[in-house]
Write a protein that binds this ligand. Structure first.
Ligand SMILES: *Cc1c(COP(=O)(O)O)cnc(C)c1O
Length: 363
């Protein structure tokens, strides 16, 4: 059997007829940027996230950068961020000239360890950027309490967690503002780049609408030094189609995760801790083992493609050579040991069982 890590063509084929129809509508309308489809998508995605506003932007990195720009963070402002995140969260902070302050994750959840945040707060700290990594919500209760105590903003990086729920609230509605990505491989993926910001803050939303469009509310009148970062009509139109199926897709991911959790039995492998059901949308199913590279090769030899999220921790990247001498032992251990198994809404039970059998036979 051959099982690709993620078969995007197959995933999108499920919606092919509807997607083609909606793209045709855009083509016929002849309006490609900041039009009716975007407006409708923004309304629908805000409703989905149970927030007051959604602002469509060009990609997930821009979503985070725009939030930081809207808050006018710059040089000397410190923003707390997990040390094991996908590097985009950190790049966004660097992009506005602020200082990313790395905090180690909890080895059980891979999310930022709330008990390690307070010691990193200084008089320059302005915000905590939480990342719902691999699809699991961060521990928002203690994070929001800290933010309140020190008067900090909470910014969510929700790029991997569309639809996850924490304490009866949707991701995107767990802090002051939230950045989403619709990169093709995400739980809600476009056919190209796309992103969005959600917030309940009237003033922030109005500013973001201008900032993504050259800093302009009225054509040729510029209030801010803005960006050009917009979700185009074609992507917005097809995201409207795919949004209708997001919960169904997430439920299938949950079923597969449940099967993996219940049936992978191998003492050399550490499974993700079983989360509260709605709090995890399983963007990735990440296991850990000291024999990571051997396991990856063994699975590949048996036709199963796996991926490492991520092979190099941000502080060891060349882009951050000023951090290369620092030590974040938990992040380093994670980056050495993690392996992501295929998990996607179109996988058959036969494929999932085949993967489990192969893993159980590995030693
Ligand atoms: C994908 C991702 C981003 C960036 O999104 P793009 O749309 O690729 O710019 C940011 N943060 C995390 C955690 C991601 O997984």
């Amino acid at each position: 059997m051959k099982i690709p890590f993620l078969d995007l063509a197959e995933i999108n084929k499920q919606y092919q007829v509807e997607i083609q129809k909606t793209i045709n509508t855009v083509l016929e309308n002849g309006w490609y940027i900041l039009g009716q489809e975007l407006q409708s998508f923004e309304k629908e995605f805000a409703a989905y996230c149970e927030t007051k506003y959604c602002i469509g932007v060009a990609n997930g990195l821009d979503a985070l950068i725009l939030i930081l720009r809207a808050y006018e963070y710059c040089i000397n402002d410190e923003i707390i961020v997990p040390s094991n995140t996908y590097i985009a969260s950190i790049l966004a902070i660097s992009a506005v000239g602020a200082i990313p302050v790395l905090v180690e994750p909890d080895l059980n959840t891979y999310n930022i360890d709330p008990t390690k945040i307070e010691e990193k707060i200084t008089k320059n700290t302005k915000a905590i950027m939480v990342v719902h990594l691999y699809g699991q919500t961060a521990e928002m209760k203690s994070i929001n309490e800290l933010a309140k105590k020190y008067n900090l903003k909470v910014i969510e990086d929700s790029a991997q967690a569309h639809g996850a729920i924490y304490d009866n609230k949707k991701v995107g509605n767990l802090g002051n503002a939230s950045g989403f990505s619709f990169y093709p491989g995400k739980n809600l993926g476009a056919l190209g780049d796309g992103g969005a910001i959600t917030t309940n803050d009237d003033e922030l939303a109005e500013k973001l609408m201008a900032l993504r469009n050259y800093g302009s509310k009225k054509k040729y009148e510029n209030i801010y030094k803005g960006m050009n970062s917009r979700l185009d009509e074609i992507q917005a139109a097809l995201l409207r189609v795919k949004l209708k199926y997001l919960d169904k897709d997430n439920n299938r991911r949950k079923e597969i995760a449940k099967f993996y959790l219940g049936n992978i039995k191998n003492e050399n492998i550490i499974l993700p801790t079983r989360p509260q059901e709605s709090s995890h949308v399983w963007h990735l199913f990440v296991i850990r083992t000291k024999q990571r590279n051997q396991l990856q090769k063994y699975l590949a030899d048996n036709g199963i493609q796996t991926v490492i999220h991520y092979p190099i921790p941000p502080h060891k990247q060349q882009a951050y050579k000023e951090w290369n001498h620092l030590s974040f032992p938990i992040s380093e251990q994670i980056h050495e040991q993690v392996l992501s198994l295929p998990i996607s809404p179109i996988m058959s039970q036969e494929q999932v069982s085949y993967i489990v059998d192969n893993i159980n036979n590995f030693n």
